[in-house]
Design a protein around this ligand. Structure first.
Ligand code: AKG
Ligand code: FE2
Length: 219
């Protein structure tokens, strides 16, 4: 598939005014290739509803998720340990592209499927202890353009970006420590969006190979 590998780094913009770095690379995948990736990911990923027990209630989200990674990762969620699924060819290709652009190696990918604008993700930080501290989290978007917000934990300052199909956003350094982020609902959006977040998990002992999934949130 055609991807734009040569990318002018001067067109990368850090969206955050302080306390972190959120590099928006804009579109790194041509529109036609981004559409093909969307179709392949829609059909080829083992999507499942996110679920958890919160305050004793069993919650199932409309949003779907999937977890892929190097062979030996698992994560524990609601008392259930799930294994990372092995990389698909599309995910390997996108991982390679992302690694080339960001200069970081990733060992896992959390995928989100928002069927339409009624689904989103509430404020959170990706600061699970199993993630490499201050490690980069690289987010590729396909399908419907959606708003993505940052909110500073102390000043409450908001930063907004529109995540277009084929675009790359990389959160680095102190970003998770100092800022929350969210994907607000957009009622007018009727088309699906798929988001891939490449992450680096820390290696753990075999009996303790667990990671946390992102918080269960709206959508
Ligand atoms: O869908 C997005 O762009 C955000 C996903 C996200 O924040 C996450 O999976 O932790
Ligand atoms: Fe996140």
């Amino acid at each position: 598939m055609t991807t734009r590998n040569l990318f002018a780094t001067e067109s990368v913009i850090n969206l955050l005014p302080f306390d972190g770095q959120a590099d928006y690379y804009g579109n790194v995948i041509e529109p036609a290739a981004a559409r093909r990736f969307l179709e392949k990911l829609m059909a080829g990923i083992e999507w499942r509803n996110d679920e958890a027990v919160i305050f004793g209630r069993h919650i199932i989200t409309k949003r779907k998720v999937a977890w892929y990674g190097d062979s030996d990762y698992g994560y524990k969620y609601s008392g259930v340990v799930r294994q990372a699924l092995p990389w698909t060819p599309e995910l390997m290709e996108l991982k390679g592209l992302t690694e080339g652009l960001t200069g970081v190696q990733y060992n896992s990918c959390l995928l989100n499927l928002y069927h339409d604008g009624d689904e989103g993700m509430a404020w959170h930080s990706d600061d699970e202890k199993e993630l490499q501290p201050d490690g980069a989290i690289a987010s590729l978007s396909f399908g419907a353009g959606r708003r993505f917000l940052f909110r500073h934990k102390e000043s409450k300052q908001i930063v907004e970006v529109m995540l277009a199909a084929g675009s790359l956003l990389v959160m680095r350094g102190a970003t998770q420590d100092r800022w929350l982020h969210s994907l607000p609902k957009m009622k007018k959006v009727r088309l699906p969006r798929i988001n891939l977040t490449f992450r680096t998990m820390m290696r753990r002992e075999p009996e303790d190979r667990t990671i946390a999934t992102p918080r269960l949130t709206a959508g």
